[in-house]
Design a protein around this ligand. Structure first.
Ligand code: GDP
Length: 227
């Protein structure tokens, strides 16, 4: 049985305080609104509606948690970068996403979904740069690869991998197509590896939670600015 098959819904959280305690290894899915995150989760789960595929980007505004049949949690994070979200809600989600990524101790890796036709947007770069100090691995799913020619898809993959190499080790990327279900096995292999790693294997550098020079407030409380 595949990794995400028979996943069951656990909870939705609008605020960090509403999340269940971090008891099991958790893989989070993030990405720009409309990049294809929900479709990718559904393709991985081999279901049509595990993650709600909205025709209105920016609608899904909760962190949705699913328990995997073999153990572990999938956290579907709200999409970012949707211009029509009212300012107060956008600020709330910037704070919530940044708080989640910085403080969720059970987070064992981030699946970052990008549209293969427009990868590495400014906001994607912010997410990459931002998660880096936590030492967690990131796997980029370049979705909608079916909309590119084979050679354009290969060139995009190379470009994204080159950028990830600049950021350090632990960052990987692959092509993905939800309707064709291509890339499912490769992605599962990566995520299964994260879940199987002993707790703390994605250990953070010793100073990851220290205040940056000039940073005010709680350590690690820096705000994620996505717009
Ligand atoms: P989300 O906002 O990131 O969750 O994006 P969705 O999963 O809702 O997808 C946005 C739109 O892109 C929908 O119309 C999907 O049918 C379409 N889509 C998503 N993934 C793919 C893909 O791999 N290939 C193609 N051709 N369309 C896709």
């Amino acid at each position: 049985m595949s990794l995400f098959q028979n996943a069951t819904y656990v909870a939705s959280a609008h605020r960090l305080e509403d999340l269940p305690p971090p008891r099991e290894a958790e893989i989070a899915f993030a990405g720009r609104s409309n990049a294809g995150k929900s479709s990718a989760i559904n393709a991985l789960a081999n279901r049509t509606r595990l993650a709600f595929v909205s025709k209105t980007p920016g609608r899904t505004q909760t962190i949705n948690l699913f328990r995997l049949a073999g153990g572990g949690i999938l956290a579907d994070l709200p999409g970012y970068g949707y211009a029509k979200v009212p300012e107060p809600l956008r600020r709330h989600w910037e704070d919530t996403l940044s708080g989640y990524l910085q403080t969720r101790t059970s987070l064992c890796g981030l699946a970052l979904v990008m549209d293969a036709r427009h990868p590495l947007t400014e906001r994607d770069e912010i997410m990459l740069e931002w998660l880096r100090p936590t030492g967690r691995p990131i796997h980029v799913l370049l979705t909608k690869a079916d909309k590119l020619s084979r050679s354009d898809a290969a060139a995009t993959l190379q470009r994204v991998r080159r950028r990830l190499r600049e950021l350090g080790s632990g960052y990987t990327a692959q092509l993905f197509s939800s309707p064709h279900r291509s890339g499912v096995e490769e992605a599962e292999g990566v995520f299964a590896g994260w879940l199987a790693a002993p707790a703390g294997a994605s250990a953070k550098p010793a100073n990851w939670n220290k205040k940056a020079p000039g940073q005010r407030g709680k350590p690690g409380a820096k705000r994620l600015k996505l717009d």
